[in-house]
Design a protein around this ligand. Structure first.
Ligand code: GRF
Length: 196
């Protein structure tokens, strides 16, 4: 079973997934491997990180489609071609910062999963930790969910809760949440693969 991971940034969740998949018993039992890490940003740190882990990478630069009649559609079609070359069981969004077209989402129905750094349905969108601190939340967290056409919605697969501590700034809260994301995301994938 192939997994494809889509990233735009640092790729720490990607690394957590790859390292879990590389553990001796995981591929053996579930027969799953990360076939490719793809990014819309050719220069993002996560692609170098994936290569260092021995995972094939490719970039589909969204800026190359700016002049197309339908830039988003053209980008998504090129991205889907790169993904489908691996016939993945699951397509995992891990800090992938592009809004996907409805056609793309439908094409991967049942296979597309995202991690979002808030307790959805609270705080969809950007700057989740800053917004949680500003709102006076006592807890924050992250959500792994199936991707539907509406951004940061879709059935919740798992959530993790962390405290917001007095004096927390965005960086401190984000680090606390991210550490838990790295534990949760691989576990959800394992559960989905086992159920499949
Ligand atoms: C994570 O907080 C994830 O929840 C969000 O973007 C961040 C990506 O971090 N979607 P990384 O690239 O996995 O380090």
């Amino acid at each position: 079973k192939n997994l494809v991971i889509l990233i735009s940034g640092g790729g720490s969740n990607m690394e957590a997934i790859v390292r879990t998949a590389q553990q001796r018993d995981w591929p053996g039992r579930l027969q799953a491997r990360v076939a490719a890490v793809l990014s819309n940003r050719p220069d993002c740190a996560g692609l170098a990180r994936a290569r260092a882990l021995g995972v094939p990478t490719a970039a589909v630069d969204h800026r190359a489609f700016a002049q197309a009649a339908d830039p988003r559609g053209a980008f998504d079609a090129a991205l889907a071609d790169a993904i489908d070359a691996h016939a993945p069981e699951l397509v995992l969004l891990a800090g992938f910062m592009r809004i996907l077209t409805p056609g793309f989402v439908r094409h991967y129905a049942g296979r597309l999963v995202n991690i979002h750094p808030s307790l959805l349905p609270a705080f969809p969108g950007l700057h989740t930790h800053r917004r949680a601190i500003e709102a006076g939340c006592r807890v924050a967290g992250a959500t792994v969910h199936r991707v539907t056409e509406e951004l940061d919605h879709g059935p919740i697969l798992d959530q993790v809760v962390v405290p917001v501590l007095p004096g927390d700034d965005e960086a401190a809260l984000s680090a606390r949440v991210l550490a838990q994301e790295h534990r949760m995301y691989p576990r959800v994938i394992e559960r989905l693969l086992t159920a499949a």
